[in-house]
Design a protein around this ligand. Structure first.
Ligand code: NAI
Length: 469
């Protein structure tokens, strides 16, 4: 086999792409991964999940030292914020992890090619490097894993200085006096939490009449109350119509969605977090005959194969939630299918987590979805205030809700608001993956004292037999 001849070429090295490449290599396929950026890891590692979690953790430590530690008898005097060190920690975590992928590529004999990949003639991927030089790779199977980019709003230009996307919001040089956030979804609320904890005044403007659309309604309502207690202001059912850059800030104009008078809001920084769109620019999809849907996402069959034989797509460029772990699972499944194995992704068991404080975590169906589809269900819930560990941690905000099929008792959805909800949800994901009933979860011995006992109690409550309420 010549050096430009591969079994699999993956375009994009985010969590979908690099994981697909590693799985393909593990299965004995000669694999290359093409990445246009100088570092591997895509949005998640470079400007998404990882740096945001570094800042969420650091800002939570700060807020904790400022407000919560007293309750535990730990007194802190002269608390100070060193934003430069905080950012330095974030940058080091990113740099170490992106280098870690290089190491994994070496270990698995994956060829890393720097440049922009595009589909060429059948079985070819054309790579253009920074100098404009082109090279052609021959590939039996190509996996498109090029991810997504921030969406913007008409009339609002993101300059990553005053009007920022998540990328700019992760690299502000000082704490803004007033941060206006457009969009009350994952990114908006996580970034609002970071900068709010560090001292910024926060106003969140949301088009819909609720926050975190897609999450369970009861959870969202309670979550908004928690965030209000953290001094976040919300303007729901409001649309932003324009943004004007001034000397030192931005004047946002907005109006109620249902009509009414326009108003202006002055902010130092505006974060636009109104969703993401698939990134397929320059891939040559049209020439190659790869079909996309109305939203620009690549259409695939149940084997992740596009309308062109031998060309596969995974992650944010195809339908489904734009989540790193969903992309990873699709990457593994696509590589296994290419290697001739049977593989699939269970879309009923993909968790969603908002890493605020308290965290929000969800898997399976919401009450609204069950009502809409007419599925008869029973619900059990349990508050963290009745959980011993949560009390010891002073983390009593929130609750767990378990939704189970009324006839079979099979778990259909679990929704959690509370400290470490993103970790607790893993148990619920496994329960759904294995087709467990609420009774199975309730019968399972849980270590005491742990936060997970609240999940067991909520499962018991499905049968109205929770112990500690
Ligand atoms: P999102 O889809 O979570 O939220 C966008 C919000 O903006 C929605 O509430 C929407 O109703 C609102 N919106 C849309 N147009 C608007 C307008 N004109 N005015 C006001 N509000 C408007 O999108 P987000 O937060 O930008 O995140 C993008 C993607 O990144 C999501 O798919 C998310 O899953 C992913 N992500 C996941 C994270 C995690 O797993 N913790 C963290 C960050 C992002």
């Amino acid at each position: 086999m010549s050096e430009n001849n591969f079994d699999v070429v993956v375009i994009g090295s985010g969590p979908g792409g690099y994981v697909a490449a590693i799985r393909a290599a593990q299965l004995g396929l000669k694999t290359a991964c093409v990445e246009k950026d100088p570092t591997l890891g895509g949005t998640c590692l470079n400007v998404g999940c990882i740096p945001s979690k570094a800042l969420l953790q650091a800002s939570e430590e700060y807020a904790h030292a400022d407000k919560a530690l007293k309750r535990h008898g730990v007194m802190v005097e002269n608390l100070q914020l060193d934003l430069l060190t905080m950012m330095g920690h974030k940058d080091k975590v990113v740099s170490d992890l992106t280098k870690g992928i290089l190491h994994l590529f070496d270990k698995n004999d994956i060829t890393h090619i720097t440049g922009s990949g595009a589909l060429g003639a059948t079985g070819e991927v054309v790579v253009t490097d920074d100098s404009g030089a082109e090279s052609t790779l021959l590939s039996k199977a190509t996996i498109i894993a090029t991810g997504s980019e921030s969406a913007s709003l008409p009339g609002i230009e993101i300059d990553e200085k005053r009007i920022v996307s998540s990328t700019g919001a992760l690299a502000l040089e000082e704490v803004p006096g007033h941060l206006a956030v457009i969009g009350a979804g994952y990114i908006g609320l996580e970034m609002a939490s970071v900068w709010g904890r560090l001292g910024a005044k926060i106003t969140v403007i949301e088009f819909l009449d609720r926050i975190v659309p897609g999450m369970d309604g009861e959870l969202a309502t309670n979550f908004q109350k928690m965030l209000r207690r953290q001094k976040m202001k919300f303007k729901l059912s409001t649309k932003v119509t324009g943004a004007e850059l001034g000397e030192s800030g931005v004047a946002l104009t907005m109006e109620p969605v249902d009509g009414g008078g326009a108003e202006t809001l002055d902010a130092d920084i505006v974060l636009v977090a109104v969703g993401r769109k698939p990134y397929t620019q320059g891939l040559g999809l049209e020439q190659a005959g790869v079909k996309t849907d109305g939203g620009g996402r690549i259409e695939v069959n149940e084997h992740f194969e596009t309308s062109v034989a031998g060309v596969y797509a995974i992650g944010d460029v195809i339908a489904g939630p734009m989540l790193a772990h969903k992309a990873e699972d699709e990457g593994v499944a696509a590589a296994e299918i290419i290697a001739g194995q049977k593989s699939h992704v269970n879309y009923d068991a993909i968790p969603g987590v908002v890493y605020t404080h308290p965290e929000l975590a969800s898997v399976g169906q919401t009450e609204e979805q069950l009502k809409e589809t007419g599925i008869d269900y029973t619900a059990g819930s349990f508050p963290f205030i009745a959980n011993g560990r949560a009390r010891a941690m002073s983390a009593t905000d929130g609750f767990v809700k378990v939704l189970a099929d009324a006839k079979s008792d099979r778990i259909l959805g679990v929704h959690i608001m509370g400290a470490d909800a993103g970790t607790i949800i893993a148990e619920a994901v496994l329960a759904i993956e294995l087709g467990a009933s609420a009774k199975d979860l309730a019968r399972t011995c849980h270590a005491h004292p742990t936060l997970n006992e609240a999940l067991k109690e909520a499962a018991l409550d499905v049968d109205e037999r929770a112990i500690h309420v």
